[in-house]
Every structure is written in structure tokens, then in C-alpha cells.
Write a protein of this length. Structure first.
Length: 356
């Protein structure tokens, strides 16, 4: 009798892998590539790719331990290189199902804080919170450094906003949310530039009498900055002698009086004053005028003409109401007078000779 040997093979099993988004398990991912390895790392199958349903089905697996290793991530996602271990059991009739997740490639944003009027002037010490588009706070206490920058990394694709909670020293708070979007697969850091305006100052001009300190109205002024740029074309002091100057950037200013109050001397030189950074209260600029004393008023052209031509002859006498004769007329008159005297003298001599 010939011995007969009969063999049986273990029933082969199967595994089905589904690739999903780490944050949205309903979002399946196509295009992830895997290798099938034994527990020693020996490659058994390669270039296994998830289909449009995010799945890979591997059949004909003998009972035993295996691992799937991702070699290529889906588009816009980070590679998940952690091996996915699984076991095919003896007599396993149903395909083993495993789920593998991938996280989107994170993006980054860099905010730079600058002066609104000088973009080269960076601002340290501005504080922000990072929020999602619904206003939920994700990070807080974010502060600009000495280069005026805040850098935030590890941001998932999506919409965000930065909200300023504290302004840099001497600057106004800019509370407008700064919206930005991290795009899928964004490789380069998104750059944002945000401005702040300096806190504006103010001044109150007080126009007064030099001696009595009484307020003077109707004084006219012009305001320029130190470079001569006109800030205010004309301002007029009110009944209380005041003129308010508002919304002034920190810096030096020149106040010119263009017209003095009635009966007062106009200032010949501008008055300089300075608005300092962070100024909270208006500064008071006192401007005093000297009163014109009777008789000191400078003659006008008309009065000059009158004083030079009316009531005064060539010798300075004010008795002659007529006009002063020209020099040429005076000379002719003298010649005629001399001739008449000479003729009269000659006639007198002849009469005396006839009498003798």
C-alpha cells in the first residue's frame, strides 16, 4: 500500500485600509501610497494606492502579523510614517478593516507691526490674540518683538483673525480684526503688515493782553510744522481769547500771528511749541500782545502825504493853508524881485540927479 499525504492550507485572509482626514473622519483621502511588510520589515507588496474612496484592499494574506507603511501622503497632507500593524487570524472569513489618518500640512503666518506714517519704523510691544473666524480664541498673549514681529506656526488650513488687545507705547489701539487664510499645501509663510497711528495731541492758544492778562478775541493765526508745511491756514481766537488746535501728531510746531486784535501790535516772530509722544492733556500756549499807545500808531501813506503838503511851507511853517511852491518857482520869483528892486533903485538915482 502506497501512503498518501494530504495537506491543507490555512484559509487566506484580507485587510481593507481606509485613509481619512485626521479632523474630519468623513473626508476620505485618495492617492496615499503604502508598502505591505512583515513584522521584520521585509517588503511583501509595494505601490499600494488608496482609490477615490480612500481604500486599499489586500487579499490572500496568510494568517500572521503584518504592517502597512505609508510611503507617500495624499496631496496637501503630512506623511504619516507610523507603521500600521495588524494580524490576520486563522479562519478569518471577513476582511479586517483598519483606518489610517493624515493631518493637513500646517501653514504659518508672520505679522509685522509698523508706524502708519513711517513703514520703516517697526513697533515692539503690541499684543494680539489669535482667533478662528467665529471669534474663538486659539492663542493669546502674542506680543511683537524688537523687530515688530509675531510668528505663528502649525496652523491648519482655514480662516483666522488676529485682534490687537494692547497697542505699542504712545500709539492708538487698532482694534480692527486682521483676517487671513492659510491655504492647503501652503509652503511659504504668509506675511501680514499692520499699522498703528501715534496718539494725537492738542493745544489751546490763549490770547491775552500783555499787562492785564485779559483775553483778546479776533486774533488770526496760521499753524505750520517745523518743516513749514501748513497744518492750519487760519484760526481765530474767540471771545474768551481761546483757539483750540486738535489732532496734532507729536512734533514741533510754529504758530504765526497773521492779524492782531484791534488796538494791539502784531507779533513779528512765530511762537514754537511741541506735542510730545503719548500726550494725554492739551498744552496751553499763552500768547500776549502789547497794546498800541495813543500816538504810537504808525502813519499811513495818506497821513504822510497830508503832513508833508498841508499847512506847512518850505520853512516848516504850518500857517500857509496852500501847497508849498516848487523850488524852481521860488527861484524865478527871487530873480523877478531882484530885477524890480534894481530898476526901482536906478529910477530913484535918476530923479535925484535931475533935482540937483
Amino acid at each position: 500500500m502506497v501512503p498518501i499525504t494530504a495537506t491543507n492550507e490555512l484559509t487566506a485572509g484580507a485587510v481593507k485600509l481606509t485613509k481619512v482626514d485626521a479632523d474630519d473622519k468623513n473626508l476620505v483621502l485618495e492617492g496615499a501610497e503604502f508598502e505591505l511588510q512583515d513584522t521584520e520589515g521585509k517588503v511583501l507588496q509595494e505601490s499600494l494606492k488608496t482609490d477615490e474612496d480612500g481604500k486599499i484592499l489586500i487579499e490572500g494574506l496568510k494568517p500572521g502579523k503584518y504592517q502597512l507603511v505609508e510611503t507617500k501622503a495624499p496631496a496637501y497632507y503630512q506623511l504619516n510614517s507610523e507603521p500600521i500593524t495588524f494580524t490576520i487570524e486563522k479562519g478569518q472569513a471577513k476582511a479586517l478593516e483598519v483606518v489610517a489618518e493624515n493631518s493637513l500640512i500646517p501653514g504659518s503666518v508672520e505679522l509685522t507691526k509698523v508706524d502708519a506714517d513711517d513703514k520703516n519704523l517697526v513697533l515692539e510691544g503690541a499684543e494680539f490674540v489669535l482667533q478662528d473666524i467665529e471669534g474663538k480664541v486659539l492663542q493669546e498673549g502674542l506680543k511683537t518683538d524688537k523687530d515688530g514681529k509675531i510668528r505663528i506656526e502649525g496652523l491648519k488650513p482655514g480662516k483666522y483673525q488676529m485682534v490687537e488687545t494692547k497697542a505699542p507705547a504712545y500709539y492708538q489701539l487698532n482694534s480692527d480684526p486682521i483676517d487671513f487664510t492659510i491655504e492647503k499645501g501652503q509652503a511659504k509663510t504668509l506675511e501680514l503688515m499692520v499699522t498703528n497711528k501715534l496718539i494725537l495731541g492738542s493745544a489751546i492758544v490763549k490770547k491775552v493782553d500783555e499787562k492785564t492778562n485779559q483775553p483778546l478775541e479776533n486774533a488770526h493765526f496760521k499753524l505750520t510744522d517745523k518743516q513749514g508745511n501748513i497744518i492750519m491756514e487760519e484760526g481765530i481766537s474767540g471771545r474768551d481769547g481761546s483757539l483750540e488746535l486738535i489732532d496734532l501728531l507729536p512734533g514741533e510746531y510754529l504758530l504765526f500771528e497773521t492779524k492782531a486784535p484791534n488796538g494791539y501790535k502784531k507779533l513779528s516772530e512765530p511762537i514754537m511749541f511741541e506735542i510730545t509722544k503719548g500726550q494725554q492733556e492739551p498744552i496751553v500756549v499763552k500768547v500776549a500782545n502789547e497794546k498800541i499807545v495813543s500816538g504810537e500808531q504808525k502813519p499811513t501813506k495818506e497821513s504822510d502825504d497830508e503832513s508833508g503838503t498841508k499847512g506847512e511851507d518850505s520853512s516848516g511853517s504850518k500857517n500857509n493853508p496852500g501847497k508849498t511852491l516848487p523850488d524852481t518857482a521860488t527861484s524865478y520869483f527871487n530873480y523877478i524881485l531882484a530885477g524890480v528892486l534894481l530898476i526901482g533903485f536906478s529910477v530913484l538915482i535918476r530923479i535925484r540927479k535931475r533935482g540937483n
